[in-house]
Write a protein that binds this ligand. Structure first.
Ligand SMILES: [Zn+2]
Length: 185
């Protein structure tokens, strides 16, 4: 482990990156520029890291591909305790949608738009990818002994009582009141 990781740039010029055969190998993302990921978990643990490479394939499609991973502190919906979930997102994007369609390759890639300066926003696509990997119902592994209610039956009432004392209480109670609102219709 090294703590001298390269910081991944937010915006990159895909043509330049392809020409220079740029790769970012284990680059760190600036956590302050991942507000939506921060909101989607209790806390981001350690670094969010990405491997990103750029290439032009035989059909002339410009491609950005790689992986991005993070350890996220989530609240287990079974026992109400926080736990760390490792999320890994694999991505393969191209800005050349029309060309991909002509080659019948549009299913193979996700499409990204270039901004006004002809650049791509790496953080936006990586952040989206990680958020999509967060489980809809976060919970400890089935056989994780850390799960406080492991083996015992679980009740919503007990979960609510614990939620009010956890650091996630504000969000949990907000979610609770939204759900109550929904049910009262
Ligand atoms: Zn649990």
């Amino acid at each position: 482990m090294t703590n001298a990781k390269v910081l991944l740039p937010c915006e990159v010029d895909i043509d330049k990156c392809i020409a220079l055969k740029s790769t970012f190998d284990g680059a760190r993302l600036d956590l302050d520029k991942l507000p939506r990921l921060k909101e989607s978990c209790v806390q981001i643990q350690g670094d969010v890291c990405a491997h990103v490479s750029f290439e032009q394939d035989a059909n002339g499609l410009r491609i950005v591909k790689g992986t991005c991973e993070a350890d996220l502190l989530l609240t287990c919906q079974r026992c109400g305790e926080n736990y760390v979930e490792h999320v890994l997102s694999k991505f393969r994007f191209t800005p050349d949608y029309e060309r991909a369609k002509e080659c019948n390759l549009e299913q193979k890639y996700d499409f990204i738009e270039l901004n006004n300066e002809g650049k791509i926003d790496l953080y936006e696509i990586l952040e989206d990818g990680l958020i999509l990997e967060i489980p809809t119902v976060p919970k400890h592994d089935e056989d994780d002994e850390a799960c406080a209610r492991h083996g015992s039956s679980w009740q919503y009432g007990a979960l609510d009582a614990e939620a009010t004392t956890s650091p996630f209480a504000a969000l949990a109670s907000l979610k609770g009141s939204l759900e109550k609102g929904k049910n009262s219709d």
